[in-house]
Design a protein around this ligand. Structure first.
Ligand code: PL3
Ligand code: FE2
Ligand code: FE2
Length: 240
């Protein structure tokens, strides 16, 4: 029997629009970062230059699409908040690119940011307004191929890169949990939940690591390494 979904979300309420100003800022700045990162990767990976420039252009078009989503709801994106939100990841990517650490750059952009985006967009789709839902459905399709680029490259250089991938992960995962915690309340306000995003993210990132060549044991360890920071935040301090 088809389920009738009655949306309780009021897209024009102040609460919704306030939270959306930060979420919309994040996706706009996130897509801009993705554009810049793929352009940088194009310079670092000459034999993939044209393909990576094409990916960068797609990211620029995603940015435009999400700007339209904000305008449609009469929301001004909070870009200052979003720039601070991405600053740790931005720094990690720039430092790695300056040192020619391509595997690290790919872990940051092509694996982690893309998995984060796919998880977030998929959980946004069921609660989005009509206009944003159509846009997000088409954006998320592109993101799968961006994830795939990193998987394929890292799989081909797995033996030389596994240490670097591991180190990059240890650097990035705590930042990702922190980012999610910062926007947990805003996610709830637009009808999403942090738990859904975390679950989808872990599933996709774990799958990506297995495609690259990591064993199940490695994958558990890699993901749990980031989780420790996440769990500590919610554990009551035991004085006993
Ligand atoms: C990669 O192509 C783009 C990277 C964007 C990063 C997105 C992070 C998402 C955080 C939470 C926002 C979810 C809601 C989506 C609404 C349009
Ligand atoms: Fe994108
Ligand atoms: Fe992407």
């Amino acid at each position: 029997m088809p389920q009738i979904q009655i949306s309780k979300i009021d897209f024009s309420s102040d609460t919704y629009r306030d939270a959306y100003s930060r979420i919309n800022g994040i996706v706009i700045v996130g897509e801009q970062e993705a554009h810049d990162n793929f352009m940088r990767l194009a310079e670092l990976l000459h034999n993939h230059y044209q393909y990576l420039v094409r990916l960068a252009k797609i990211e620029a078009s995603h940015k435009k699409s999400f700007q339209a989503c904000g305008r449609n709801l009469n929301v001004t994106p909070d870009l200052d908040f979003a720039l601070r939100f991405f600053s740790d990841l931005h720094q990690i990517f720039q430092t790695a690119a300056d040192a020619d650490r391509i595997a690290t750059c790919l872990v940051v952009q092509s694996l982690i940011i893309e998995c984060f985006a796919i998880a977030a967009y998929n959980s946004y789709i069921p609660v989005a307004d009509e206009f944003a839902r159509k846009i997000t459905e088409s954006v998320v399709k592109d993101e799968y191929s961006h994830l795939n680029f990193g998987e394929v490259w890292l799989r081909e250089s797995f033996e030389q890169c596994r240490e670097e991938i591991d180190a990059a992960n240890r650097q990035v995962m705590p930042a990702i949990w922190q980012m999610l915690n910062q926007i947990a309340a805003d996610l709830e306000a637009v009808g999403m939940t942090k738990a859904t995003v975390v679950e989808d993210f872990i599933t996709r990132y774990g799958e990506a690591l297995s495609h690259i060549g990591f064993s199940l044991g490695d994958i558990m360890r890699i993901i749990a390494c980031g989780m420790k920071f996440e769990m500590m935040k919610h554990q009551p301090i035991s004085l006993g």
